[in-house]
Design a protein around this ligand. Structure first.
Ligand code: F6P
Length: 321
């Protein structure tokens, strides 16, 4: 549908600094490049393990590394970017020039889906840069300071979902390689009958999470008085996309497997950008049902947090068990 507004045109009309628009154009272009490699997979030798582990002690896939290289190179070459940080890099990388923005990203979220041809995506958070060469401390801004957040979902369609702090818009990649507006004013329904959690961790959860999930599993016969459906794509980007499209809750709570870790997901490049998108779409994004992720003051670049986000009334129900 060539009569649909392009991302480029949308950014042209946006009341935002030119530098920020440039950063978003660069990210959108890098996501098209990542999409090409993801789509070709084995044809270009991109599947399988890279042989290395990242700073989180997770096995890196070749596509994690390739995606990280694509985004890092594109952003560091952008005059508006002062530095980048990524799930796949131990510390921050300053650009060799000044710039007004910092970008943090998970270059390929849902890595365990790569080799089975299931959805994966890219998540990006954009912050203002301080004067001078940015240090790690300069990236430790709360999620409320984000000037933009977006993800690209490499699914049945390739989509880019973006907020610059005033609503959420979705763009679909056309056959001729252009992002076109297909989802204006994305809104999360306040009520839902769908939840997403990795049920195999059930025995490790806290009592409160056990109670909540027990209640939804009992359906119409239990305290909630209605039947629930469950979905788990094992890629946060795809689970959050489903919630933006038709409501639901996504839960990755603290559990007893590694009790010293507050959760599995990372605050700076998973929790914060997704929280801004969900809040901007009218949903709630919390650590425990009550504390807003966006208000968490980060202490470390690769900090982990528990996540409970999605349909507002269902997040309240999660908080209330
Ligand atoms: O980045 C972490 C991640 O891959 C998320 O995208 C996803 O929601 C989660 O981990 C999947 O976790 P699990 O391996 O427990 O299913």
């Amino acid at each position: 549908m060539t009569d649909r507004i392009s991302l480029d045109d949308h950014l042209g009309t946006l009341d935002a600094p030119e530098g920020l628009k440039t950063v978003l154009r660069v990210v959108a272009g890098a996501c098209v490049d990542i999409r090409k490699v993801v789509a070709e997979g084995a044809l270009v030798g991109a599947l399988g393990a890279s042989g290395a582990v990242n700073v989180q002690d997770e096995e890196q896939k070749k596509l994690d590394v390739i995606s990280n290289d694509i985004l890092t190179a594109a952003l560091l070459a952008c005059h508006a970017v002062a530095g980048v940080a990524s799930e796949e890099m131990e510390t921050v990388q300053p650009a060799d020039h000044a710039g007004d923005y910092l970008a943090l990203f998970d270059p390929l979220d849902g890595s365990s889906n790569i080799d089975i041809n299931a959805p994966v995506g890219t998540i990006v958070s954009v912050l203002r840069a301080p004067q001078g060469t940015p240090t790690e401390a300069d990236f430790l801004q709360s999620g409320r300071s984000q000037v933009a957040a977006l993800y690209a979902l490499y699914g049945a369609q390739t989509m880019l979902v973006l907020t610059t702090g005033s609503g959420v818009k979705g763009f679909t990649l056309s056959a001729d390689g252009e992002w076109r507006l297909t989802h204006d004013a994305i809104a999360v329904s306040p009520d839902t009958k769908e939840f997403a959690i990795n049920m195999s961790n059930q025995r490790h959860w806290s009592e409160a999470v056990q109670r909540y999930v027990d209640g939804v599993l009992k359906g119409a016969d239990g305290p909630r008085g209605k039947n629930f459906n469950m979905r788990w794509v094992a890629a946060m980007v795809a689970d959050v996309h489903r919630i933006l499209m038709r409501g639901g809750v996504f839960l990755y709570p603290w559990d007893r497997r590694e009790p010293e870790k507050p959760g599995k997901l990372r605050l700076m490049y998973e929790g914060n950008p997704m929280a801004l998108l969900v809040e901007q779409a009218g949903g709630k994004a919390t650590t425990d049902g009550t504390q807003a992720i966006l208000d968490v003051q980060p202490e470390q670049l690769h900090q982990r947090i528990p996540v409970a986000l999605g349909s507002a009334n269902e997040i309240d129900a999660y908080a209330g068990v």
